[in-house]
Design a protein around this ligand. Structure first.
Ligand SMILES: Nc1ncnc2c1ncn2[C@@H]1O[C@H](COP(=O)(O)OP(=O)(O)OP(=O)(O)O)[C@@H](O)[C@H]1O
Ligand SMILES: [Mg+2]
Length: 254
């Protein structure tokens, strides 16, 4: 069973006036089949955690470990991390001019599976996944994220998730900016992947509404660069009612 294990992770970014510590000792274990929700105030470091696991070069790991099935993730290149089974749906997906969705997906799937998927079954697979996400077939020929609306970008992230079948999926605010119908469609996509029981999901969100569709096994409060409290699904309701004030006493992290 695949396990992502984060231990005492410390991360800094280069800022004016020198390096600034954003993550201050994150501990988290995500096992295949589990769904973890991370909730926390703006600027607390949630996206930094996602990017650090994915290997974004802007973030410097100054302490701690990240392992996937015991393998040192921090030693891997970004490509190796993806091949090892880590997937990140970004809060702000980037445009990839000159690369069509169809080419992008096929190249990614080839890298993940170790061989090019057979064309005939692949075309069917993509078409089926796009239909389920209510994406028009014409998206396959458009350049990745170029001119996509916010909601279209998010659907495209879930399309990747469904086709690439990672071991651990990190979804950074995949629900933000979605209308009610899109939220349901996207959640159903995440649930299809979850139901395989083969993926561990880390869902970063601000809103409990997505948690009505995607039931988390664990909810974590992220505040000031670390996990401040962990609990079950009921913790999300408490946060919705009470906010984060109790977790950020003593002011904003600096
Ligand atoms: N590349 C960077 N350069 C400078 N500061 C950065 C950089 N990346 C992150 N930070 C700072 O680190 C802190 C945490 O940012 P992060 O994006 O991880 O927060 P977040 O919890 O995802 O917030 P939100 O809920 O608004 O998405 C913020 O104060 C942010 O300005
Ligand atoms: Mg963020």
């Amino acid at each position: 069973m695949a396990t992502l294990e984060i231990n005492d992770l410390h991360v800094t970014v280069e800022a004016e006036g020198g390096a600034r510590e954003i993550l201050k000792g994150v501990d988290l274990t995500v096992k295949q089949g589990e769904t973890h929700a991370i909730m926390g105030p703006n600027g607390s470091g949630k996206s930094t955690l996602a990017y650090s696991i994915a290997g974004h070069p802007k973030y410097t790991i100054t302490g701690g470990t990240v392992t996937l099935d015991g393998e040192d993730v921090l030693e891997m290149t970004v490509d190796e991390r993806a091949r090892a089974g880590l997937f990140l749906a970004m809060q702000y997906p980037v445009e990839v001019p000159g690369v069509s969705v169809s080419n992008f997906l096929r190249t990614s799937a080839t890298a993940m599976r170790g061989e090019a998927p057979k064309l005939r079954t692949w075309v069917k697979e993509v078409k089926g996944a796009m239909e389920q996400l209510h994406m028009d077939a014409s998206f396959a020929e458009r350049n990745v994220n170029e001119g996509f609306s916010g909601g279209e970008k998010k659907r495209h992230e879930i399309l990747q998730l469904e086709l690439l079948k990672p071991k651990v999926a990190i979804l950074d605010e995949t629900d933000s900016g979605l209308d009610v119908d899109a939220l349901r469609v996207v959640s159903e996509g995440v649930n299809r992947v979850r139901e395989s029981g083969e993926v561990g999901t880390l869902l970063i969100t601000h809103y409990t509404r997505i948690l009505r569709y995607i039931k988390p096994d664990f909810v974590h409060v992220f505040a000031q660069g670390r996990i401040a409290e962990s609990g079950g699904a009921e913790l999300a309701d408490k946060l919705e009612n009470e906010g984060y004030e109790a977790y950020v006493k003593g002011g904003v992290s600096a």
